[in-house]
Design a protein around this ligand. Structure first.
Ligand code: IMP
Ligand code: MG
Length: 184
């Protein structure tokens, strides 16, 4: 899908289509429902990227769950996060004693999760786990891992299904590899 605006041109290459996403999220929902049987996980979505994924994930749970959101801004230079994180929306309810499942769009260098892990652990949840729709393992700069992963993807910049580039492309129902500079 070639796209253009006044200043630059991108091409979007399909990486994960809607049926692949739906099928994998169904599996994740079943797995999480099995693992948290008898408990009520507290799902904390990381805004804004994770909201589309979270909406689909919770609808695939077969147990009761509560939800909250954490707004963060990672400072990004071009397509590379700098590792600095600013909280733009705090949690609404206490996570003390809760089984917290942090819901992320993508685990890249891991710096965001490392930061959030420290922040959330300080509030003494009963447990803290991470579910990430996408995982770029090859990009990891700090030793963190997701407990549940939708898809391992190569070191490419992706958009769609909630993920953005400069706030664009979040609405796309599929995940695309964003190639900058247009066609050669
Ligand atoms: P981290 O490098 O693991 O700290 O990831 C930081 C954040 O950068 C993620 O939560 C995403 O919001 C964003 N990010 C990393 N890789 C991509 C990508 O390929 N597309 C869109 N956003 C990304
Ligand atoms: Mg994010």
């Amino acid at each position: 899908m070639p796209m253009a605006n006044a200043s630059s041109e991108w091409s979007l290459e399909l990486l994960l289509d809607s049926s692949q996403l739906a099928a994998r999220i169904r599996e994740l929902g079943a797995e999480i429902s099995r693992d948290y049987q008898g408990r009520t996980p507290h799902m904390v979505g990381v805004l804004k990227g994770a909201w589309v994924f979270m909406a689909d994930l919770v609808r695939n749970l077969s147990l009761e769950a509560t939800v909250d959101f954490l707004g963060i801004q990672s400072y990004v230079t071009g397509t590379s996060p700098s590792g600095e994180v600013k909280i733009s929306k705090d949690l609404d309810v206490s996570i003390a004693g809760r089984d917290v499942l942090l819901v992320e769009d993508i685990l890249d260098t891991g710096q965001t999760y490392l930061y959030l892990q420290g922040l959330l652990s300080a509030h003494q949840p009963r447990s803290l786990k991470l579910v990430a729709l996408l995982d770029k393992t090859s990009r990891r700069a700090v030793p963190v891992r997701a407990d549940y992963v939708g898809f391992q993807i190569p070191d490419v910049f992706v958009v769609g299904y909630g993920l953005d580039y400069n706030q664009q492309f979040r609405r796309l129902p599929e995940v695309y590899f964003l190639r900058q500079g247009g066609s050669a």
